[in-house]
Design a protein. Structure first.
Length: 439
């Protein structure tokens, strides 16, 4: 499953595949948007074998999905090849170059769409009555929509949320944060100070929250321009500098853990939260919700902070966006399987306890859990991000700046000003590489 954890620490590498700046996606894709092999995607009925390339780890979901599909389509055999996520792009590029790619794969990098490597699914969405309008808006546009056309469908909704330990809020007399109204980073900073207990004994410490670069969980517009082409002047503008300085100051103030605080640093934030040592953590729903439910603690969910008071609410979401390669020898059968993911696949996710991409089904996932209800409300706030194919390459240098802030005491302004010009060069290079994909 294409999961998401804090970026650049081995969790999910998010890659946006949207139309320029704001995707031009109609609420119901039209036939003009489609680019199918031949109008309606009628299958031949002949025996065929489809090959899917996915990531390792889907031991519960994919075998059940394939079994259900093959039961309805006995002439189609589906074979799954699991590839480590770290090797995925290289293997796909090599296979595409040799003309030996799979029938179905993750739409993982935007240049594949720019280069025409995947088929548009707009006609299939209509033909198979896929409830596109019910899908989480941020998740479905993040990987699956490019220049107004839909190229992949998914089955679950992953999201970055703030999870909190209610017992600690009650202990310190701090009001619970909202699931729908985001606090500013200044408000988050102030709140975490109230949720902190200092002690020379590390085992007695309680930290109020997390302090890391927010490039992986906040609106990309906090770091780059609306057209996705400028980063110098945006990553180091006043609101972003203030946010980084506040997070660095959280570590100095003791409300966030530092890199020198022993073995606890190696633990996941959710583990510390469950143990009552961390009041809040900004993390993905896929890891956090099962953890707090299994632990049986009183927990809640808030929407993540914004840089400034009054900024629009933002929730980063994603899904397992699978599409059909244009080189597939059985495109209609492959499209039928992807359509099955968009319908039956969502239902299977619900059966397995995961939050479906289909938000109407996700309402059933909520059940009578107050925490899940809050998570659902926060995740509904997801909206389209801007398009920038080189975001992760360019922003990687933020981590160097962050080290300067937290380990060397350099101000956020100085640290970000230093790396911004080089980040702009990396962003320019990424755009050149992207635009060359269609040449």
């Amino acid at each position: 499953m294409k999961k998401m954890y804090p970026f650049l620490t081995g969790i999910l590498c998010l890659v946006l595949i949207l139309s320029a700046c704001t995707p031009n996606v109609s609420s119901s894709p039209t036939s003009e948007q489609g680019a199918q092999p031949s109008g309606q995607t009628e299958t031949s009925g002949e025996k065929v074998v489809l090959n899917i390339w996915g990531f390792e780890g889907e031991t519960d979901f994919f075998p059940k999905l394939i079994e259900a599909f093959e039961a309805e389509n006995p002439n189609i055999k589906v074979e799954l090849t699991e590839i480590p996520e770290s090797d995925y792009v290289t293997k796909m590029d090599t296979a595409m170059l040799a003309g030996e790619g799979p029938d179905i794969a993750f739409v993982y990098v935007p240049r594949w769409l720019k280069g025409g490597k995947f088929l548009a699914l707009d006609e299939a969405i209509k033909q198979y009555n896929i409830p596109f309008d019910d899908f989480n808006r941020g998740a479905i546009t993040r990987d699956c929509v490019f220049e107004g056309k839909v190229y992949c469908l998914g089955t679950y909704t992953g999201a970055i949320i703030m999870v909190y330990n209610k017992k600690l809020f009650d202990q310190f007399g701090v009001p619970y944060p909202s699931a729908t109204e985001p606090m500013s980073m200044q408000e988050y900073f102030d709140m975490t100070l109230k949720l902190t207990r200092k002690s020379d004994n590390l085992e007695e410490r309680i930290w109020g929250g997390d302090a890391q670069p927010h490039l992986w969980w906040m609106d990309w517009r906090t770091h780059i321009s609306d057209d996705g082409r400028k980063i110098d002047g945006y990553v180091n503008d006043d609101p972003t500098v203030k946010t980084y300085q506040l997070m660095a100051d959280m570590r100095k103030a003791g409300s966030a853990m530092t890199s020198s605080e022993g073995s606890l640093v190696q633990m996941e934030g959710i583990d510390l939260l469950v143990q009552g040592k961390l009041a809040t953590t900004i993390i993905d729903n896929i890891i956090s919700i099962p953890a707090v439910e299994q632990a049986g603690i009183e927990w809640g969910v808030a929407i993540v902070p914004t840089e400034e008071k009054g900024d629009p609410a933002w929730t980063t979401t994603w899904t397992d966006g699978f599409g059909v390669l244009s080189s597939s020898k059985h495109p209609n059968e492959a499209i039928k399987f992807v359509a099955f993911m968009g319908t039956k696949g969502n239902e299977l996710r619900l059966e397995l306890g995961d939050m479906p991409l289909n938000m109407k089904l996700a309402e059933k996932w909520v059940g009578d859990s107050e925490g899940r209800k809050q998570a659902f409300e926060a995740i509904k706030a997801a909206r389209e991000n801007l398009f920038c194919p080189g975001y992760w390459e360019a922003t990687a240098l933020v981590w160097d700046a962050w080290t300067s802030m937290t380990e060397e005491g350099v101000s956020a302004k100085e640290a970000l000003d230093k790396v911004a010009p080089e980040m702009q060069k990396l962003l320019d290079q990424s755009w050149e590489t992207f635009e060359e994909a269609s040449r």
